[in-house]
Write a protein that binds this ligand. Structure first.
Ligand code: FAD
Length: 282
């Protein structure tokens, strides 16, 4: 949609469970248009559980005039499934895709993993099937993917995705900007020159944040954990503190010329706008 000379902001949503939640999502997304998102993205349940929900939400956001990108994961999917989905997206005029491995739904054995094992295989597959039709985003992990053997191997695997044809990357969230700068330096030293956009997680709920962070290997610094724990169930204080902490980090990132910010909105306009409103760019 809009062309950006400065940082490009993007927003991530997840497919809502029902029609009422879909309507709330559209309302929230409309409020967030003040951010003038370069694009918006919609997550995908690994194994295809949200296939229709992802497409419906992409359509709803495109109807609002947004460039909307579906996430696509290869774990548990056959090449036929993936080919079919790529064709559908292409027919819909979708030009951007977030390509991921995904995580195996619990209870499914390793043999259900599918033909493509890693996100780099998926990027290669998308390029083979559809040439340059899609702008491909991939994930990056400044604090290392939790299953990686070490930071160096994880970086190698990231570089592999870029060489397979990724156009830009979105990071896992972090609360320590140095982890991001260090990752970008190391990636650039390996010859990576695509934009690596920080993924930004608002802080609104202590328990949920700790659970998510434990799963995805993002570190919540001790001082933040202690402050949140002290606030107990006081949602208002948690939101105010969370907005301060995350806004300050975003400003540091922007002051250091990051290519953009990708907000994990959790379909909650207030939390993202609380950060946005505190930024100099707003
Ligand atoms: P990969 O890049 O394939 O990496 C996965 C692991 O395998 C890493 O430890 C890596 O070091 C290792 N690895 C990679 N290549 C090789 C190789 N050749 N040999 C050995 N090891 C290798 N999940 C969803 O289910 N749906 C979503 O919509 C979704 N959206 C996301 C959006 C963003 C921006 C991010 C950061 C994550 C998202 N996730 C989503 C989570 C993601 O699917 C998980 O983090 C998943 O565990 C890894 O996906 P990946 O694409 O980074 O995998």
């Amino acid at each position: 949609m809009t062309s950006h000379a400065g940082p490009a902001f993007s927003l991530e949503f997840f497919p809502p469970r029902d029609a009422a939640a879909q309507a709330r999502l559209v309302d929230g997304a409309k409020q967030m248009l003040v951010i003038q998102p370069h694009y918006v993205s919609v997550t995908f349940g690994a194994g295809g559980s949200t296939r229709e929900g992802t497409l419906d939400t992409v359509r709803a956001l495109r109807d609002m005039g947004c460039d909307a990108a579906p996430h696509l994961s290869c774990i548990g999917a056959s090449q036929e499934d993936l080919r079919g989905l790529l064709q559908r997206y292409r027919q819909e005029g979708v030009r951007r895709i977030v390509a991921l491995r995904g995580d195996m739904p619990s209870g499914m054995g390793a043999d259900a993993a599918g033909a493509l094992r890693y996100a780099s295989d998926l990027v290669e597959f998308i390029r083979k099937e559809t040439g340059d039709w899609f702008h491909i985003e991939v994930a990056a992990y400044p604090e290392m993917h939790p299953q990686a053997a070490g930071p160096a191997q994880d970086l190698e695997h990231f570089v592999r995705k870029v060489r397979a044809g990724a156009n830009s990357a979105i990071t896992q969230y972090f609360f320590n900007a140095d982890a991001y700068f260090d990752f970008v330096d190391r990636a650039q030293a390996k010859g990576v020159n695509i934009p690596i956009v920080p993924g930004i997680m608002p802080i609104t709920n202590h328990t949920q944040l700790m659970r998510f962070s434990e799963m995805c290997g993002a570190e919540v610094p001790r001082w933040i954990r202690l402050r949140l724990a002290e606030m107990g169930d006081d949602k208002e204080s948690i939101r105010a503190f969370g907005a301060d902490v995350v806004t300050e980090m975003c400003q540091t990132l922007l002051d250091n010329d990051v290519p953009g910010l990708h907000f994990y909105t959790l379909n909650n306009a207030d939390a993202t706008l609380a950060i946005w409103d505190g930024l100099a760019v707003a």
